[in-house]
Design a protein around this ligand. Sequence first.
Ligand code: FVH
Length: 295
Amino acid sequence: TDHTPTQHPVSVLGLGLMGSALASALLKAGHPTTVWNRTAAKTGPLVAQGATPADTPAAGVTASPLVIACLTTNDSVRELFEPLAAELSGRTLVNLTNGTPSQARELAAWAREHGIAYVDGGIMAVPQMIAGPGAYILYSGDEEAYARHRDTLAALADTKWVGADAGLAALWDLSLLTGMYGMGLGVAQAYALVGSAGVPAKDFAPLLLDWVVAMTQGIVPGTAEAIDSGQHLTDVSNLEMNLAVLPNFTETLAEHGVSDQLFTPLRALLERAVAEGYGADGLSRMVDLLKAPEP
Ligand code: FVH
């Protein structure tokens, strides 16, 4: 039996750091890949890997039934593809540009009007992770087109379908990045505080890593369980106690000349939660407060 995977022509438009990594992964998987970039010089390394350069965006689009876009913003996507609606008609546009759910829905509506199958994607990886372990891409939009091209898209990263509403991939993507920013800022604040006493970051790093991982492993599934059951009462660490110990942080930060900017919204949320009668609840209650802006 021949187990050689089927190869499918793909076009990649936008060869920045991410687009180049995507095109390279497709080439490594053996897919005939056509590439186009506004600044033509960026096609060079990919052509050396076997890609076919397109002279114009239109030539890039018409070279393949599957067109992948990876540009800076969705404004650039519109600017590039709106004049190419006729060329794209009957093809699938997979847009891996970071954007908002509304932008994705608008692009999907535009595509539908022109007979273009539109799939939006959110890349959960940096370029170096593409086609490697841990990388995945969230997809939403035209499910039939996604199913048709899924095996080809799998050359880029693991695939995760999140729904027919084209905006969902962006929504999941932005929500995941939200978790990352919260964690990243907490980590930055921790290094700032411990570093203010001259502790080398490298000495603190292993403890911080273990601590953040251990807490995340509890908080992420624990919060999901609390949301789904509507049960936020905790026997771990309640909001009233967290508010009571908050001055230990703010006073120490002040004594060490470190900004307490991050603690301002935390204090406001804790005070609001306690004032609204949620003092005995765990941190998961914050989800309700964040969903309902302050009256
Ligand atoms: N790099 C990363 O780690 C992240 C990971 C998660 C997903 N993002 C998103 O991917 C999009 C592209 O990011 P990038 O890192 O490839 O970005 P750049 O290296 O800056 O390349 C941008 C490309 O977009 C082209 N471009 C911009 N505007 C236009 C336009 N109006 N018409 C045609 N092409 C345009 C640009 O062309 P050039 O400057 O080389 O001529 C690059 O090819 C992005 O949404 C990330 O958020 C990456």
